[in-house]
Design a protein around this ligand. Structure first.
Ligand code: ADP
Ligand code: MG
Length: 611
């Protein structure tokens, strides 16, 4: 019997490797852009034709390569980035497998031109299906210019498998976006079929986000900046109103490498709970910086998935950082900032840190809140409260702007009874269509959505009572019997303690029946069963990880229910009272589920409207 084992040729080995590294034009784009970044470039251009099937080209002004390096770069396992195995654990450059160029060259026709700064001539190399077709000196600018033509021309199955040009180009833009976000200081341009699609000047992260995603993002960005001795978190998150129905504008970078991580995504989304609707996705571009020894980036061939030494700690820190940012910018009320005490037990929290680390980070919120042991983990409410008070006292200032005179005039015309200064406030308030209040403020006017304002007020009142453990309950003269299906009865039974805390006195009564003996004092008669139906509905759809948030959702639902069924604000006193109560709230601007409560119309805007 003859021996049967053969060594695979380089070409076949490279093609096999290519299958893993280069799945579609976008994967080649990613590798080439990352190489350009690693080369220290300040300007990078990406040129695409026919969704990368005909041509994808990257031109950079980085360090360039010597003739020998240029030839070497196409060898498998050729890399300037690792010398020994330990480098793998501390690597901070983008790519480090030394496989990208070899893989691309196995499945395409590649032409490379490159020149180092201190050389007079550059090098041109042409490679087709791993075979070097030409190597010669050439004239070229400093840096590297690499053209990949007819990708997968020699792997028809793979080429056939590519999706429509629209889809493939979208993938390319995704990769381009990620690299551009991770390197805002570098200028990037993207040409698609000779048309310039992006022209991004080097700048900061904010200008980069706006350049990539559009001007409308600017006003919706909330900065996140936290330092601890274990990780740093920075970047931007979107205000709740910037949340979208579709995925896409969510970016995590670990040590500047884009990753996907559903667990961390959840940590961010969870921080928005109550601010955005259940099926909406908040915008975020977040950079997590950790000691590279604490993450294993190389678990997935395309390197978008990572493993952390301590997932839960990451989760908690990230979640807290986002909540903190939202609270600091008056977007979320600062409730429930308690930290699971288990976190304190994690070894990473217990680890001794160096003096240097400590002094670097101990001014940070996360450090102060979480690193101290057995600390009460509450965030100060005062800041935001104070800010809202100021805003509103501006509204109360005696200065009468032209806009307010205008409104005064309208009020008189409409014969609306104008209550003067009952509280010495000097407000002009107008009830519009029974659903809005308009009041004057220094810079123009403020329009308040009455029902939403009530929702916010109720929510905070209930929350206060909940935190104090003092929710008043009103005993019913005749207990109401409430019957459910066996499944629903189990759910309700489980939630009885939570319900008791918001004022429901409910006792199990026979098989699947309950006796409702007391309800929250404010609940209008006749609403009892409706509210409980809603509660049961909520419990049915509760995801297991939302159990901790159940109380909050109960409060939100209750607040909504209470505000829906309530007064028409005919009396000026009650209009004023509503506004006062609203601005005594921690977070008057949004309902507990993230809808805007009021909006301002500036004098200039009014001037504009009137031409
Ligand atoms: P890796 O990036 O993992 O090292 P690659 O196959 O992507 O592997 O690249 C191989 C080597 O070629 C790199 O280590 C680098 O030295 C060199 N190289 C590739 N692209 C460029 C570039 N645009 N500018 C300068 N050097 C480059
Ligand atoms: Mg590389």
């Amino acid at each position: 019997m003859p021996d049967v084992i053969q060594l695979l040729s380089d070409h076949i080995a490279n093609q096999i490797a290519a299958g893993e590294v280069i799945q579609r034009p976008a994967s080649a784009v990613k590798e080439l852009l990352e190489n350009a970044v690693d080369a220290g470039s300040t300007e990078i251009q990406l040129v695409i034709k026919d969704a990368g099937k005909e041509l994808l080209q990257v031109i950079d002004n980085g360090c360039g390569m010597s003739p020998t390096d240029a030839r070497m770069s196409f060898e498998r396992h050729a890399t300037s980035k690792i010398r020994d195995i330990n480098d793998l654990f501390s690597i901070r450059t983008m790519g480090f497998r030394g496989e990208a160029l070899a893989s691309v060259a196995a499945v395409a026709q590649v032409e490379l031109k490159t020149k180092k700064q201190d050389s007079d001539v550059g090098t041109r190399i042409a490679v087709e299906a791993t075979e070097v077709k030409a190597q010669e000196p050439c004239a070229t600018a400093q840096g590297t210019n690499i053209m990949v033509k007819n990708l997968f021309y020699n792997v028809p199955a793979r080429r056939h498998f590519l999706k429509s040009n629209t889809t493939e180009f979208r993938h390319i833009v995704d990769e381009f976006t990620r690299v551009a976000l991770a390197h805002p200081a570098i200028g990037f341009r993207l040409w698609n079929n000779n048309a310039e699609q992006f022209h991004l000047e080097g700048g900061n992260l904010k200008t980069r986000i706006v350049g990539l995603l559009g001007n409308s993002y600017e006003k919706n960005l909330v900065p996140v900046e936290e330092k601890t001795d274990i990780l740093n978190i920075s970047g931007f998150i979107g205000k709740p109103e910037a949340a979208t129905r579709t995925r896409g504008m969510q970016f995590f970078f670990i040590n500047n490498r884009f990753i996907r991580n559903p667990y961390l995504h959840h940590a961010v989304v969870q921080a928005y709970e109550g601010l955005i609707e259940k099926d909406a996705f908040p915008f975020y571009v977040l950079f997590l910086e950790v000691d590279p020894a604490r993450v294993d980036v190389n678990v997935h061939p395309t390197k978008q998935e990572v493993k952390f030494e301590d997932d839960r700690l990451m989760y908690t820190y990230l979640n807290a950082a986002v909540k903190h940012a939202l609270a600091r910018y008056n977007i979320a009320p600062s409730l429930d900032f308690t930290l699971n005490p288990e976190i304190q037990q994690l070894s990473s929290v217990q680890l001794p840190s160096t003096h240097e680390h400590r002094t670097n980070t101990e001014k940070g919120y996360l450090f102060n809140t979480f690193t101290g042991k057995n600390q009460a983990h509450f965030i100060e409410k005062k800041d935001s409260l104070q800010q809202w008070k100021e805003l509103y006292s501006i509204a109360q200032s005696p200065e009468v702007s032209q806009a307010s005179q205008h409104i005064e005039h309208t009020q008189q015309q409409l014969h609306v009874q104008k209550e003067t200064d009952s509280a010495g406030a000097g407000h002009n308030i107008l009830l519009v269509q029974g659903s809005m209040l308009v009041t004057t403020v220094k810079s123009g006017m403020m329009v308040i959505h009455i029902r939403r304002a009530q929702e916010r007020i109720w929510y905070e009142r209930l929350l206060q009572e909940w935190n104090d453990g003092s929710t008043p309950s009103q005993q019913l003269l005749f207990p109401i019997s409430y019957e459910l299906s066996p499944q629903d009865a189990i759910l309700l039974n489980e939630a009885l303690p939570d319900l008791a805390r918001i004022g429901f006195d409910i006792a199990p009564f026979g098989q699947n029946t309950f006796a409702v003996q007391g309800v929250p004092t404010e609940l209008p008669a006749g609403e009892e069963k409706n509210v409980l139906d809603e509660v049961v509905e909520q419990l049915k759809h509760e995801s297991p990880d939302a159990v901790g948030k159940r109380a909050d959702t109960l409060l939100i639902n209750m607040a909504r229910r209470l505000s829906r069924s309530r007064y028409t604000l005919q009396q000026p006193e009650s209009q004023q009272a509503l506004i006062d109560e609203l601005f005594a709230c921690t977070q008057p601007e949004y309902t507990p589920d993230g809808k805007k409560v009021f909006t301002m119309i500036k004098k200039e805007q009014l001037d504009d409207m009137l031409g």
